[in-house]
Ligand binder design. Structure first.
Ligand SMILES: Cc1cc2nc3c(=O)[nH]c(=O)nc-3n(C[C@H](O)[C@H](O)[C@H](O)COP(=O)(O)O)c2cc1C
Length: 354
């Protein structure tokens, strides 16, 4: 059965223009990644997980995750934590920052997070998980979604027990990454569980895990009844895969196109994170963009060694001179950064005053 990925769907009153969602990924889902995802066909993008404790303490770096640009909408901002009252305050802040949806993380398997009682551990503490969803849904007017794993241990089916309860507590959508927390990223995502979850709840379900092609997206949508598929790792340094999934556009990008997308990504990220943080942050992206046999390996090594991002841009333009025109065109289409919601203009209670 062919499924139309360009079909829009709804999370309560928020229209999602395509059935492709860009995954939240810590250390990856910066604004540039999300805006690029929208350009290539993602109907919904999501921030990386934001610590509600960091927001509570007005940690400067945490607040930085709340920068939202005009062309990102619809956008979900994801929060994690274990205290319902702190989570509901964090939810108010992310809505004030411009989130169309508040997403709650019940999937993070990383010990730093789970040892605080947040992330995937909440799958085995359903009462607390429901209290969090209830508190967040009562605190904000926008829809609340939950992203979860199948459970903590291998073979767990906890998601099927907790899913309907989270919906009853106020979740308007559930995203399932059907691996256990213990599996981390090993083995396969078992989307038979996604199909069972779809049957168990009345809200739209988003299928996450191992969606790497249009064929796989079609198959998962058709066999699970999910409202949308979510794409994560396959989109790292490879926005073209989103175009392939949504539109069946199989054309390989030219070197000029790759260099141009990377240059825009570098510049946008520097604007968001500042030169010092961006320099280290961007290194993994060079391999992602330039790998897959697109550029010779030593070229990537060379970029990683460069000390300034301007040096990287110069080197990319030298390697693919035709990219300059494409960069100009891409940058002309981006909205003026002045359109961003600036943190300084948020209500004073959010930025740390009174
Ligand atoms: C580097 C990395 C960071 C991630 N960070 C988050 C996160 O902040 N919040 C979250 O809910 N999931 C996070 N995930 C999980 C992804 O959203 C997604 O569910 C998972 O990678 C499976 O999808 P994929 O096979 O398309 O990558 C992360 C995954 C990766 C690889």
């Amino acid at each position: 059965m062919q499924v139309d990925l360009r079909q829009s769907w709804w999370i309560r009153d928020v229209e999602i223009p395509t059935r492709l969602v860009l995954a939240p990924m810590a250390g990856v889902s910066v604004q540039a990644f999300r805006r690029q995802g929208r350009r290539y066909g993602a109907g919904l993008v999501c921030s990386e997980m934001v610590s509600c404790a960091g927001l509570e303490h007005r940690n400067e770096r945490t607040l930085g995750y709340l920068r939202v640009a005009r062309d990102e909408h619809p956008l979900a901002i994801q929060i994690f934590g274990s205290e319902p009252s702190v989570m509901s305050e964090a939810a108010r802040m992310v809505v004030a920052a411009g989130a169309d949806i508040v997403d709650i993380n019940f999937g993070c398997p990383v010990r730093k997070v789970t040892k605080t009682g947040a992330g995937a551990t909440l799958l085995e503490d359903p009462d607390r998980a429901c209290a969090i969803v209830d508190a967040v849904a009562s605190a904000v007017d926008v829809p609340v979604s939950v992203k979860m794993r199948r459970g903590l241990g291998d073979g767990s089916r906890a998601c099927l027990v907790i899913g309907p309860r989270l919906v009853a507590a106020g979740a308007a959508t559930l995203t399932l990454h059907p691996r256990s927390a213990r599996q981390m990223y090993t083995g396969d995502a078992d989307h038979t569980l996604t199909a069972e979850l779809v049957d168990a709840v009345e809200v739209p379900v988003i299928a996450s895990g191992d969606i790497t092609s249009r064929a796989r997206a079609q198959e998962v949508l058709a066999t699970t009844g999910a409202a949308a598929v979510m794409v994560g790792r396959a989109a790292q340094g490879n926005p073209w895969t989103l175009g392939e999934i949504v539109d069946g556009d199989t054309a390989e990008p030219s070197r000029e196109e790759i260099a141009a997308e990377l240059i825009v990504f570098v510049r946008e990220t520097v604007r968001e994170l500042g030169e010092r943080r961006a320099t280290g942050f961007l290194k993994k992206f060079y391999g992602w963009y330039l790998g897959r046999g697109r550029f010779p390996k030593p070229f990537k090594q060379e970029l990683v060694q460069l000390e300034s991002t301007e040096g990287v841009v110069t080197r990319l333009l030298a390697a693919a001179p035709g990219a300059a025109d494409l960069v100009e065109r891409l940058e002309a289409e981006l909205p003026d950064p002045a359109d961003e919601i600036l943190l300084d203009s948020m209500p004073i209670s959010i930025y740390g005053g009174g």
